[in-house]
Write a protein that binds this ligand. Structure first.
Ligand SMILES: [Zn+2]
Length: 264
């Protein structure tokens, strides 16, 4: 059930029917090669949510596009919000979801670059007592488990996986004639010496993929996109069932906060 399509009168009953589970697809607006739109992650996130909701009742939060993307600030059309504001906004949104009765807030990572933001936001939950639990789920393991008609080396950002999902969801926004044929999707390896020495820097993604294109999108197809989206929806719906059945996380969280008031 899409939050913004419910009337206020319907909302309370909808929350009950969904066992208080609201799911937010965390996407971003950034370049996806030459052939996909800036809102690729947003459209994919929306597509995942509707398929998950068809399998297991959940409140689908409206499009959420303000997440981690400083690495694309050099590219036209990127919306990169200040880091501190990203965390405050996400926390504010989670509190609003809970205030409206959804005490199980599920964050679905619809943008691969969110790994740092979500790992940190997860641990930030332990600072302040709350009457809700934030659960984080990822579509990437389900995608990784599939056998698809391209090699792992050919997939990546705006590669055949994302291209396939877009061909399934919004083929009108995909221009397959714009896919590079000159190897633009290969990693440039400009920081390989540091990487080999176990050293990380913030400029690592720009070093390898300055045009935000990785892999060979030409392998993409709508059929593969349907397969990926269904596998993701199956796996996240399963996770939602586990979340609905869970009461341990909330009671452990309560016990932790009680103990954290005065550690002894
Ligand atoms: Zn993407």
């Amino acid at each position: 059930m899409r939050w913004e399509e419910l009337s206020s009168d319907q909302f309370v009953e909808a929350v009950r029917a969904c066992d208080g589970v609201c799911i937010v697809a965390l996407s971003v607006v950034e370049r996806h090669g030459h052939h996909l739109p800036l809102g690729t992650d947003t459209i994919q996130g929306r597509g995942m949510l509707s398929r998950i909701a068809a399998r297991e009742p959940v409140i689908e939060f409206p499009d959420y596009i303000f997440t981690q993307i400083p690495e694309a600030r050099h590219l036209p059309g990127t919306i990169s919000i200040d880091g501190e504001l990203l965390i405050r906004l996400l926390d504010n949104v989670c509190r609003e979801i809970a205030r409206n009765g959804c005490k199980k807030v599920v964050l679905l990572n619809a943008h691969g670059g969110n790994f740092g933001l979500l790992a940190w936001y997860n641990m930030l939950q332990l600072y302040t007592p709350k009457d809700y639990v934030v659960y984080i789920v990822s579509p990437f393991p389900a995608m990784g488990a599939l056998t698809l008609p391209w090699s792992r080396d050919d997939d990546g950002h705006a590669g055949p996986g994302e291209t396939s999902m877009m061909l399934a969801l919004r083929p009108d926004l995909v221009d397959m004639t714009r896919i590079p044929t000159d190897g633009e999707g290969r990693a440039q390896g400009r920081l390989d010496a540091l990487r080999a020495a176990g050293v990380q820097t913030g400029i690592w993604w720009y070093a390898d993929h300055p045009t935000h294109y990785a892999g060979d999108a030409a392998h993409g197809s709508a059929a593969a996109g349907e397969q990926i989206l269904d596998a993701i929806a199956d796996s996240i719906a399963q996770a939602v069932r586990a979340i609905k059945a869970d009461d341990a996380a909330r009671s452990l969280q309560d016990a932790f906060f009680a103990a954290a008031q005065a550690p002894r």
